[in-house]
Ligand binder design. Structure first.
Ligand SMILES: [Zn+2]
Length: 304
């Protein structure tokens, strides 16, 4: 049984390593389109369809111009420009990065000639140096991709008549995550704290942790108004009911693995037993149940 589990792990690892080695950049980007959704008020969401474009982009468009939350993989730049031109003829002025991953910061260098990039301090630190995580090594980004303005806890941007809030949530998906909230429209962009409808990827190697991510989501639910619309890092547009369902899954699965580990079960034992059947539907994304168990297990000794 052990060897079967080990074999499955090896196959999964090979699959993931293959993805990393080939890179998301090796896709046929001509097949990917950008879908624009009017979320509410002056906020829009840009989502890749037909392939992996990167994380969802949030857009504030108005009299001051355009502000983006995240900017996807680098080959998407022309399609982003076209989508933005259809929304608003104003200039792109600001880009907010929710975290350092390349599928959210891939066009920083492209847009930074005209737009100012803002992020948590750890995003800048990680973009300035080579990173090594589950996907393998990511080289340091060029200087043009580094955020010019950084913050530690929170910052407000007074733009398009809104008082846009960026709030750092420590040790969630990485060590530099920011949640963006647009009070006028009651829309939030949660970055990769939120994978809608599927188990999340948590980047433990760059400061993420499944337990503190779960606590952060609880705090976010308590902080946001009940009728907030929510742009996830990946997946379809959501709302507070969707976020609460995600929190229920996070809380139950992290507690389950913690309890099993406390009873002396090894990672392989827990993976072999699997998660309670209530949560099987959440394994249909990039992270399956076996890998989600591993992420939770690896989060155990370094709880924040
Ligand atoms: Zn990410």
């Amino acid at each position: 049984m052990r060897s079967l589990t080990a074999l499955t792990s090896l196959l999964l690892l090979t699959l993931f390593s293959g993805l990393a080695a080939a890179g998301f950049l090796d896709q046929d980007f001509s097949k990917i389109t950008l879908k624009t959704t009017h979320v509410r008020g002056n906020i829009y969401m840009l989502e890749g369809v037909g392939g992996f474009a990167g994380g969802n982009i949030g857009v504030s468009a108005g009299k001051d111009g355009i502000l983006l939350v995240d900017d996807q993989l680098s080959p998407m730049s022309a399609k982003i420009n076209t989508a933005l031109a259809d929304i608003n003829t104003g200039k792109l002025r600001f880009i907010l990065n929710t975290h350092w991953h390349g599928d959210h910061t891939g066009n920083n260098a492209h847009f930074s000639e005209h737009a100012t990039i803002i992020s948590h301090a750890n995003v800048r630190k990680r973009l300035m140096a080579e990173q090594n995580n589950f996907f393998g090594k990511s080289p340091a980004s060029p200087k043009e991709a580094w955020p010019l303005i950084t913050f530690e806890h929170a910052v407000n941007i007074h733009f398009n008549g809104d008082d846009i809030q960026l709030m750092h949530y420590p040790h969630g998906h990485t060590d530099g995550d920011a949640v963006v909230y647009f009070p006028n429209s009651k829309v939030a962009h949660l970055g990769d704290h939120f994978f809608n409808g599927v188990f999340p990827f948590v980047d433990i190697d760059t400061g993420g942790n499944a337990f503190s991510l779960t606590r952060n989501i609880k705090k976010i639910i308590e902080t946001l108004p009940a009728d907030t619309l929510i742009i996830p890092g990946h997946g379809e547009l959501s709302d507070m009911a969707g976020l609460k369902a995600y929190y229920t899954m996070l809380k139950a699965t992290t507690q389950y693995v913690q309890l099993q580990a406390a009873e002396g079960e090894s990672l392989e034992d827990i993976q072999f037993g699997g998660l309670p059947s209530d949560w099987t539907d959440w394994g249909g994304g990039f992270i399956n149940a076996e890998h989600w168990i591993k992420i939770i297990y690896r989060s155990l000794p370094q709880k924040h």
